[in-house]
Each structure stands twice: as structure tokens, then as C-alpha cells.
Design a protein around this ligand. Structure first.
Ligand SMILES: *Cc1c(COP(=O)(O)O)cnc(C)c1O
Length: 410
């Protein structure tokens, strides 16, 4: 399989982009879906922001280096990756905080006016925890009612009492993808709004929020957008909702005229009102480099390569006699940029792989999750990973106390 892999690498139109990332020697990185790799251009850009803009420019850089418009500028660069217009996307805070803002805004839109007191937020059991926790926080405030439905009965659970359908487009654990167009339409048919979590979508595969008629979306900056650990997140609000949007974190940066220092809050026009406090300029500058690089490679090409990588990996596994049960959809068109396998000792298996320089990750209780970030992965990496995994399973190399010892972050 290694020679076939090398042929595929030689013919790969994205091969040149591997050079743009700073990857450690000898490491195969299959966890770009948790923390994207470091673009080589990022340290130089941060050095410039720190020494030039901060060190020399000091406070003047809010204007001279355009720090003040960085949230809109980076949002505008993310927009084409997710089928949004530039003025519909802004970078701010974390996904969790943006979920809070947008769930609250949706509840407000549906609790008065045309909505008539709707409080139900519909989601699925096993959604990414923070999505559910943010609903539950609002429930604790008496503002929302959580309803969970399995995906095969999701549309049946869409009643006239639903204010918002909140789903993660590509599931973090299984990689299974929702039909965004169909579910958005089904929600709209009962008068509900829709909020898509694009954390495992943005920068990995193309999605067209506006063609699907989506109302809101949020997404992560540190996964497939390579923004760095804890990179700020982004939020999308369809233009038609800009005037009606009210969110409770009414901080001064979301004010129409923050530097008037007026006593009374007046929201900025459009998505700008999603801003709350002062943006982290260093973090956002790093994110901008990642977004620019991913935009240059192009999400359609990334997804095509991702499918080719994952299908080739499965071929390599079959060739090596590995038959771990696949939790992800069998059809590459139905899944995001990952493959998840079930094994009762998935944690130890993952640690044994890491000890051999292959970094994937574990998701409780029994999932080995391998993410394919196609901008920097090679087909050769697939062949080597399959080979090592086969060896670890055959020799039970995972079965040591050392590999079963859980760290704080798993
Ligand atoms: C990674 C991820 C998040 C991250 O949320 P933060 O608040 O930015 O830590 C949220 N939702 C999903 C689906 C994710 O995969």
C-alpha cells in the first residue's frame, strides 16, 4: 500500500500546501479536528503584531493597524467558506458564548411578535456537550425548554412550540452529517428558527448557509481553521434578521457608538451587535492567518481530498486485516472529515498510537477518532497509520498500565 500511497501523493494537487504548516518531524497528525496544525506564517505575523503594532504602535494601532475592524475582517474571510455574505459573519468570543447569544436572540424573536411564546429548543441527545449545556443554562433561567430527539425522528419532534432547532452539522464523535437544507426547511415549515454549529464543518467541507436558508450559525476557529489553541469563534446571522436581532450580552463593543461612552445601550447595526467586550487582537491575528491559508486551498478541494484520504485509509486497514467497527457513515458523502472506530480499549489504543508518533484522539467511552486535515496530510500517512494500528492490535501493544492512565484532557 505504501507504493500506491506514494503514487497518490505524487498526483495530489494539494501536496504543495503541506509545506505551509509547521509539523514536527516524524509525527502523523490526525487530530486537526481538535486543534489544527500551526501555519508557518503565523509566528511571523504574531511577531509583527506584537512588536510592531503593539510594541511600537501602542494604542494608535486600534486605528492605524485596523485592530478595531479585525472581528469583521476575519469574519468576512470566513464567510465564503460557509456560504455567507461577508457582512453576515463576525469573529468573537468562543462557540459556547456565541451559542448563548444566538439561542437567546432566537428565543426573543419567537417569544413575542409572530412567535407567540415559543420556548422549546430542539436538539439531539449526544450533541456536542456545550450546545446542550447552553440550552440548559437558559432553561435554568426559565427562558427555554430543552427537547431532545434522535435524528431519525427529528422532524416529528418539530412542533408549533419550537422556537429554535439547534444542531451540529457534522457530529463531533461520529462524523455523521445532517442534511442542512432539508432540516432547515422542515424547521421553517413549523415557524421555528435554525442555528447550525459548524465547528466540524467550517474549513473542512463546503456548506452553503444562505442557499439552505439558515438563520444562524456558529463555528470554531481552532479546529479546521488552524487559528491556534483557544482561537476565537465565529457567528453568522442571516441578513434578514439583522434588524430584529437582540442578544443579552450587550457589551460596549456591540454598541452603535462605543466611543461616545453614552449611558444607554444602543445596538450596532448588523452582526456587529454580537460583539461584547474588547476582542483579543493576538488571537484574532493568528486566526486570520489560518483562515487565509484554508481559503487559498479551498474547501471544495479540501473535502475532495479528505474523502480520498479516508477511503484510502479504509482500503489500507482492510489490506492490513484490521476490522474495527466503523461508527462513522460508510458513505463518504454522508460524513465530515473524520473516521471514528469503536474499540473497548480505545483510550489505550490511542495512547499506543501516540507513542509511535501518530496523534489521533479518543472520545469517551470507546471511540478512536481520526481526523483528516487534508491541507497537510499525505496518503503515505494513511498507509503508515494503518500499518501501525494493525501491529498494535495484533501484538496487543496497547495493553499496558501506562497507556490506560488517563490525563486531564483526553
Ligand atoms: C469544538 C466544538 C465546540 C467548542 O466550543 P468552545 O466554546 O469554542 O470551546 C463547540 N461545538 C462543537 C460541535 C465543537 O465541536
Amino acid at each position: 500500500m505504501l507504493s500506491k500511497a506514494r503514487e497518490l501523493d505524487a498526483a495530489d494537487p494539494l501536496a504543495e500546501y503541506r509545506e505551509r504548516f509547521d509539523l514536527p518531524e516524524g509525527v502523523i497528525y490526525l487530530d486537526g479536528n481538535s486543534l489544527g496544525a500551526l501555519p508557518k506564517a503565523t509566528p511571523a505575523r504574531l511577531e509583527q503584531v506584537m512588536r510592531g503594532e503593539w510594541g511600537d504602535g501602542l494604542i494608535r494601532s486600534w486605528n492605524d493597524a485596523d485592530w478595531i475592524t479585525l472581528p469583521q475582517r476575519v469574519g468576512g474571510k470566513i464567510a465564503p467558506l460557509i456560504g455567507a455574505q461577508p457582512h453576515e459573519v463576525i469573529v468573537a468570543d468562543s462557540v459556547s458564548v456565541n451559542l448563548f447569544k444566538l439561542i437567546s436572540a432566537a428565543l426573543k424573536m419567537r417569544s413575542d411578535g409572530s412567535g407567540g411564546g415559543r420556548k422549546v429548543i430542539l436538539s439531539e441527545p449526544g450533541n456536542f456537550p456545550t450546545d446542550l449545556y447552553m440550552i440548559q443554562g437558559l432553561e435554568g433561567q426559565g427562558l427555554a425548554t430543552q427537547r431532545l430527539a434522535e435524528r431519525d425522528v427529528m422532524t416529528d419532534a418539530l412542533g408549533e412550540d419550537v422556537a429554535l432547532l439547534l444542531l451540529t452539522h457534522v457530529h463531533y464523535k461520529s462524523g455523521a452529517m445532517f442534511d442542512m437544507a432539508a432540516l432547515t426547511k422542515a424547521a421553517h415549515d413549523v415557524g421555528a428558527l435554525v442555528l447550525w454549529d459548524l465547528s466540524h464543518t467550517g474549513g473542512a467541507l463546503p456548506v452553503d448557509l444562505n442557499a439552505c436558508g439558515a438563520d444562524f450559525a456558529v463555528g470554531c476557529g481552532y479546529k479546521y481553521l488552524n487559528g491556534g489553541p483557544g482561537a476565537p469563534a465565529y457567528a453568522f446571522v442571516a441578513e434578514r434578521h439583522h434588524d430584529a436581532l437582540e442578544q443579552p450580552l450587550s457589551g460596549w463593543m456591540g454598541h452603535a457608538a462605543p466611543f461616545d461612552f453614552s449611558d444607554d445601550y444602543a445596538p450596532a447595526p448588523g452582526v456587529d451587535r454580537l460583539l461584547c467586550g474588547t476582542p483579543s487582537i493576538l488571537a484574532m491575528s493568528a486566526l486570520e492567518v489560518g483562515v487565509e491559508l484554508i481559503a487559498k486551498v479551498g474547501v471544495s478541494r479540501l473535502w475532495a481530498k479528505s474523502r480520498a484520504l479516508s477511503e484510502f485509509f479504509r482500503e489500507c486497514l482492510a489490506d492490513a486485516g484490521v476490522d474495527l467497527p466503523l461508527v462513522s457513515p460508510d458513505d463518504p458523502m454522508q460524513r465530515g472529515s473524520q473516521l471514528s472506530f469503536r474499540h473497548p480499549e480505545a483510550y489505550a489504543l490511542c495512547q499506543a498510537l501516540i507513542a509511535r508518533g501518530i496523534i489521533g484522539d479518543f472520545r469517551a467511552p470507546d471511540i478512536l477518532r481520526l481526523g483528516f486535515a487534508p491541507a497537510y496530510l499525505r496518503f503515505e500517512d494513511m498507509a503508515r497509520t494503518a500499518e501501525e494500528l494493525a501491529d498494535i492490535l495484533a501484538t496487543e501493544a496497547w495493553d499496558t498500565p501506562e497507556f490506560k492512565q488517563r490525563a486531564a484532557v483526553t
